[in-house]
Ligand binder design. Structure first.
Ligand code: PEP
Ligand code: MN
Length: 341
């Protein structure tokens, strides 16, 4: 930690700052320049958590060197984490293809979608039983009966399944029927839900809040990790955009950034990230090229009949064409590993 003092900081104010740091059990190094004085704090800066140094007279700014998340940080965990969801591995050079319809609509639709995505090469099935919708009059999912369909179809096709839990009240139910719990963009900062997911002892797919920074996202992951659950996968799904041409603005630059800051695997959802079926394949390829550990794709056997997110669902045959392209891109990266600076 560095503390920059105001020009002309009184000696008594400086002494007070130094005393507060030393009383917290830390050492100081004072650098006196021609115009300004900087205090370097040596030791574990967490010891100063309860000391609001910014409020001390004479302090201009405080630069903290440790990120506000710990367990999610690469510096505390240099090796990349690999998250197991049934037989599927996310991270560590494996390519995860999470695919399926936006929502479980009825058994026949979900089974057809699941069989199609499995045949196309997906290794994790997706589908929502509890759907967060902007308008309450839109299809909000089948709820508990949807979870039962999800479980039976997942068993029938032999793919692990991820589905969203919107509420702590549904978490146990979701955990019993799925192999991975999804926390949606709207709930990324629902701290009781994150803590409950942390206690659930099952992998968590944590979507990035639609207007959240990478640091806030990693802090949200920290809640799950801190509650005792090490199996967190991050999912970039686009940020609010000023441009109505796309539903969201897909932030692919966060992929190498997250890789640098964290050991957690990261996947990208270009379906919600663009909201446009025609843009999904290109952004999926770009995501893998950027170093993502996988992609999440909405696939529907009859998009024109989909009850939610019809405009962004790709067809099973589009997934089938895309999967070998994604694997080819990943193979290039394997042969020419990308440096995480
Ligand atoms: C979803 O994946 O179905 C979903 C609702 O995603 P998001 O939370 O990213 O909008
Ligand atoms: Mn959707």
């Amino acid at each position: 930690m560095f503390i920059l003092l105001r020009p002309g900081c009184a000696l008594k104010d400086r002494a007070r700052i130094l005393r507060a740091i030393e009383e917290a059990g830390l050492a100081v190094q004072v650098s006196e320049g021609h115009h300004r004085i900087v205090i370097g704090v040596v030791g574990e800066e967490d010891l100063l958590r309860g000391v609001a140094l910014e409020t001390f007279p004479g302090v201009e700014s405080v630069i903290r060197l440790r990120p506000p998340y710990r367990l999610a940080a690469r510096e505390t965990h240099p090796d990349e984490s690999v998250v197991a969801v049934g037989p599927t591995r996310i991270g560590g050079g494996n390519l995860a293809i999470l695919a399926g319809p936006c929502a479980v609509e009825e058994e026949e639709q979900f089974l057809a979608a699941a069989q199609a995505v499995k045949a196309a090469g997906a290794n994790l099935l997706r589908g929502g039983a509890y759907k967060p919708r902007t308008s309450p009059y839109d299809f909000r999912g089948l709820g508990a009966p949807g979870l039962a369909i999800l479980r039976s179809v997942s068993r029938e096709v032999g793919l692990p399944v991820v589905t969203e839990a919107m509420d702590t009240r549904h978490l146990d139910q979701v955990a019993q029927h799925a192999d991975m719990i999804q926390i949606g963009t709207r709930n990324m900062q629902n701290y009781p839900l994150l803590e409950a997911a942390g206690r659930a002892r099952m992998p968590v797919l944590l979507k990035r809040g639609r207007a959240c920074t990478v640091s806030e996202w990693l802090c949200a992951a920290e809640y799950v990790l801190d509650a005792g659950n090490p199996s967190v996968v991050l999912c970039e799904r686009g940020l609010v955009s000023f441009d109505p041409a796309v539903r969201n603005h897909l932030d692919l630059s966060c992929v190498p950034l997250v890789k640098r800051l964290s050991h957690l695997p990261i996947v990208v959802d270009p379906s919600h990230g663009t909201g446009r079926r025609d843009l999904v394949p290109a952004m999926a390829r770009a995501a893998v090229a950027a170093g993502a550990d996988g992609v999440m794709l909405e696939v529907h056997p009859r998009p024109e009949q989909a009850l939610s997110d019809a405009q962004q669902a790709i067809l099973p045959e589009e997934l089938e064409a895309l999967v070998p392209e994604l694997r080819a891109i990943q193979e290039i990266l394997r042969r020419h590993p990308v440096r995480i600076a």
